[in-house]
Design a protein around this ligand. Structure first.
Ligand code: PGA
Length: 266
């Protein structure tokens, strides 16, 4: 029997240069063992991709990805980094549509779709983030926003691509605020996302992660919900021991059938 993998994804945002990334990896690897069906993903700043992917090389359960890429392979785009450039230094996944990119840097649904499509074309796994702001939630538009954000990506991809895509539900009001969605809130939106995928005939294989102020204290109750296939974590992933604790507690809460898993990683 196959199952979706359990994914713990660390989004370091603008933290940890190459030396810190190497030191993190050394400590972290001594704290966690490799577990079948469990994937440990890291999104360091681009400048630390090479150092981190090298430092984690001995562990096949880990994967390193870029926080952001430009959709074009090269050209006159000052300050941008392309997919071939990040893969050259070890990235096998990319985040697309993180709310900080959408809100602080004006990333549009169309850009998220292009990044996702071109990452897939280059053999890189996209982790596509969706989520509503507080105003959107309070005005009852959560569902509408998520369906819209997913819609452009669904349109841009072929059904077969979905075996290589991971989604993350990250309510914007819960990111870095200390407020996290309750397990019920999260499970409900994950069901909505899964239904939307089903409606487009691309459902069962796509892992859906939850993100937004996940930590060692709440990860078990979140991951005990069958709708959640993992977590995307910022603040609580920055120190090796705290991150190892999140992984350990979350893994214990998630009872999964053993066996292979379907996701084809980049
Ligand atoms: P947080 O960030 O865990 O610090 O809330 C999550 C994210 O932005 O992916």
């Amino acid at each position: 029997m196959t199952t979706r993998p359990l994914i713990f994804a660390a989004n370091w945002k603008m933290n940890h240069g190459p030396a810190e990334a190497r030191a993190f990896a050394e400590k972290f690897l001594s704290l966690t063992a490799s577990v079948e069906g469990r994937r440990l993903w890291f999104f360091p700043p681009a400048i630390s991709l090479a150092a981190l992917s090298q430092a984690l090389q001995s562990r096949s359960d880990t994967l390193v990805g870029a926080q952001n890429i430009h959709w074009e392979p090269k050209g006159a785009f000052t300050g941008e980094i392309s997919i071939p450039m990040v893969t050259e230094v070890g990235a096998r996944a990319v985040l697309a549509g993180h709310s900080e990119r959408r809100q602080l840097f004006g990333e549009t649904d169309e850009q998220v779709a292009r990044k996702t499509r071109n990452a897939l074309a280059a053999g890189v796994t996209p982790l596509v983030c969706v989520g509503e702001t507080l105003t959107e939630r309070e005005s009852g538009r959560t569902e509408q926003v998520i369906v819209r954000q997913m819609g452009t990506v669904i349109q841009a991809l072929a059904a077969a691509d979905w075996g290589r895509v991971v989604l993350a539900y990250e309510p914007v009001w819960a990111i870095g605020t200390g407020k996290n969605a309750t397990p019920d809130d999260a499970a409900q939106i994950h069901e909505l996302i899964r239904m939307e995928l089903t409606r487009h005939g691309v459902s069962a294989r796509v892992p859906i992660l939850y993100g937004g102020s996940v930590n060692g204290g709440n990860v078990a109750s979140l991951l005990s919900r069958p709708q959640l296939d993992g977590v995307l974590v910022g603040g609580a992933s920055l120190e090796p021991d705290k991150w190892a604790e999140v992984i350990d507690k979350g893994s214990r809460a998630k009872v999964r059938p053993s066996g292979g898993y379907d996701l084809v990683e980049g």
